[in-house]
Design a protein around this ligand. Structure first.
Ligand code: NAD
Length: 295
């Protein structure tokens, strides 16, 4: 059996690689951080000394990295040395231009490729319940589907290369805006003397309903599982929401579309991160809204 190479063993990539191993696949992993390489070993991932060493002879190469630059760097390094057709899958959230370039590089070298960003966060990566949004040719998607299913619950083909990233960016643009709107509604209700519980009971069965409200309520004491009940420990870090809103703004600009609400959401998350809250959960922005935005 040929192995899977997994590059980027961080908060998401670590548990994802472990789930591939748990599903019976041979996994060779690499991360720049030696501590993470060490932590992957007991989870069934063979730690290698470089991305290239992990990729040599692999059936598929999965990347889970912070940004487009890192993905392109690793793909370029590996593409130059892989001599038989190998499936390239990038699960990172990156800008659409880099995603398209990565596909082009793989295609030019004769390899199938899929962009497959995820929704579900660290909890979903650990539980193996991620949603994958995939872009790439039908044949590449079919090759990737089984492998992705070992790490998640839903694997959706969104269209050609780059459209997985498009789906992810559009989804998180809605999430960022609905979370802020939900936080503002709770802050207003509190000032008006309406309890958090009553607003939740009404809005969760009315037209103000959203995932931000019913699955991730930003007010504490309503949903036991929401980060609001754990002093806004993530969850989904505010810095990552800011990153995704930045990607959405860049994408909108690239096609000449104005998205004023998402632009404002990005500005609000930038202010929140500037306050030193980048590592707290994105729903914690309710605290800044209650206090008032800085000038
Ligand atoms: P992370 O910072 O924990 O992990 C990224 C890892 O990549 C780090 O361990 C880093 O050392 C490694 N790395 C960077 N450059 C490298 C290189 N050239 N070679 C090898 N390793 C390299 O980040 P994360 O939270 O795991 O996020 C990874 C990706 O998943 C990001 O694109 C992020 O936007 C996306 N994402 C994260 C979440 C989340 O909740 N954390 C949810 C959905 C999507």
């Amino acid at each position: 059996m040929t192995h899977i190479a997994f590059i980027g063993l961080g908060r998401m990539g670590g548990p994802m690689a472990a789930n591939l191993a748990k599903a019976g696949r041979e996994v060779r992993g690499f991360d720049l951080d030696p501590r993470l390489r060490g932590e992957a070993e007991p989870l069934g991932v063979q730690a290698m000394g470089s991305a290239l060493a992990a990729a040599q002879g692999a059936a598929a190469i999965v990347t889970m990295l912070p940004a487009g630059e890192a993905v392109l760097g690793v793909w370029r390094e590996v593409l130059a040395c892989v001599d038989r057709p190998t499936l390239f899958i990038d699960c990172s959230t990156i800008d659409i231009a880099s995603a398209r370039l990565a596909h082009r590089l793989a295609q030019d070298a004769g390899h199938p490729s899929v962009d497959a960003p995820v929704s579900g966060g660290v909890a979903g990566a650990t539980a193996g319940t991620l949603t994958f949004m995939c872009g790439g040719e039908d044949s590449a998607f079919e090759k990737a589907r089984g492998l992705l299913a070992d790490m998640g619950q839903r694997v959706i083909h969104c269209g050609e290369g780059g459209l997985g990233q498009a789906a992810k960016i559009c989804n998180n643009m809605m999430l960022g805006a609905t979370m802020i709107a939900t936080c503002e509604a709770f802050a207003l209700a509190e000032r008006l003397g309406l309890s958090d519980r009553t607003l939740f009971d009404v809005a969760s069965v009315s037209s103000g309903q959203s995932w931000s409200l019913t699955h991730y309520c930003p007010a504490p004491g309503i949903l036991p599982t929401s980060p609001a009940n754990a002093d806004y420990r993530p969850g989904f870090m505010a810095a990552l929401m800011l990153k995704d809103l930045g990607l959405a703004q860049a994408a909108a600009e690239s096609v000449g579309l104005e998205t004023p609400l998402a632009a404002l959401a990005a500005r609000i998350y930038a202010l929140y991160v500037e306050r030193g809250e980048g590592e707290s959960d994105f729903s914690g922005v309710i605290r800044m809204i209650r206090e008032g935005l800085p000038e």
